[in-house]
Ligand binder design. Structure first.
Ligand SMILES: [Fe+2]
Ligand SMILES: [Fe+2]
Length: 293
């Protein structure tokens, strides 16, 4: 479908699609999303594979602790939410097999589709708009493998459902460390998601950023942001031996969010200039002013 100019440009979807059991928001079939097959003749597939192999080789318990120490001081720069979003115009996520568009387009695609289904939950619209904002770390010295992509806990065995599988961690020193390479590793059974040391990424950074800057986005939105990239858990079904009852509630939120994050990645580009006034109002309500990053 060709995009047309309107205030809600992603609304040009065949209405019957909204009644189907799967959240199909574009012409692309569901099973064509998140295709991580290796094909070195395809430049996008090769870019994605390279990003993940670098991540899986380099992310260790020690590295995550260093990155938390570095970023959770929030002393890197100051910016409004809007200016940080505009920065994402210059970022194409190298781990993403589904879109080659700048991240700001993905932000508006996600937010607008949420707005269509949940018109009264304005905090949810804003959650969609800002969920990937933590990727601004890529402009401040972090390589993309440390910013984008799926997340997983460090300090325990790598789950089978992590993209490219446990084999992709063969050059990671933690793979051979007996403190870290068992089913539970450094964790207790059913300790809960918030006790897990997650691979460093834009999810945890933005979650902590919202707390640090005293955002009024409700807890539901903050959890959607914190775990939206934890595919091995929310979609792969792994790590259930580490989660608890509260996490089951978080799972429902994350899955509701996820369909908008993933299936809106299509060629329909929203009219961002026309949409700004609405979203500026939400920024003013939930996280106004100049923030510390
Ligand atoms: Fe993300
Ligand atoms: Fe996203």
């Amino acid at each position: 479908m060709a995009p047309t100019k309107s205030n809600s440009p992603i609304s040009m979807i065949d209405p019957s699609q909204l009644l189907r059991p799967e959240p199909v928001f574009s012409d692309k079939p569901i099973d064509a999303f998140r295709d991580y097959t290796i094909d070195d003749s395809d430049p996008i597939k090769e870019r994605v594979r390279r990003t993940y192999y670098l991540m899986h080789t380099n992310v260790t318990v020690d590295l995550v602790k260093q990155k938390r120490e570095k970023w959770l001081k929030f002393n890197h720069f100051k910016s409004t939410i809007k200016d940080a979003l505009i920065k994402l115009n210059e970022l194409v996520d190298e781990s993403d097999p589904d879109t080659d568009l700048p991240n700001i387009v993905h932000a508006f695609q996600t937010a607008e589709r949420i707005r269509q289904d949940h018109p009264d939950d304005d905090w949810f619209h804003l959650t969609g708009l800002i969920h990937d904002l933590g990727k601004v770390m890529a402009f401040y010295g972090e390589p993309q493998w440390c910013v984008v992509g799926d997340t997983f806990p460090v300090g325990c065995q790598w789950a089978d459902s992590i993209v490219y599988g446990p084999e992709s961690f063969k050059d990671n020193p933690d793979t051979y460390n007996p403190k870290y390479n068992t089913k539970y590793g450094i964790y207790q059974p059913h300790c809960g998601l918030d006790k897990l040391l997650m691979s460093w990424s834009h999810d945890e950074y933005l979650y902590q950023f919202l707390l640090h800057n005293k955002s009024k986005i409700p807890e539901s939105g903050r959890y959607m942001i914190r775990y939206h990239s934890f595919y091995p858990w929310h979609s792969g079904g792994d790590y259930r031996h580490l989660t608890n009852d509260k996490d089951e509630e978080i799972l429902k939120l994350v899955l509701e969010f996820n369909k908008y994050d993933l299936y809106t990645k299509c060629e329909n580009v929203p009219d961002i200039e026309a949409l700004w006034p609405y979203y500026e109002g939400l920024i003013e309500k939930y996280i106004p002013g100049v923030c510390e990053w």
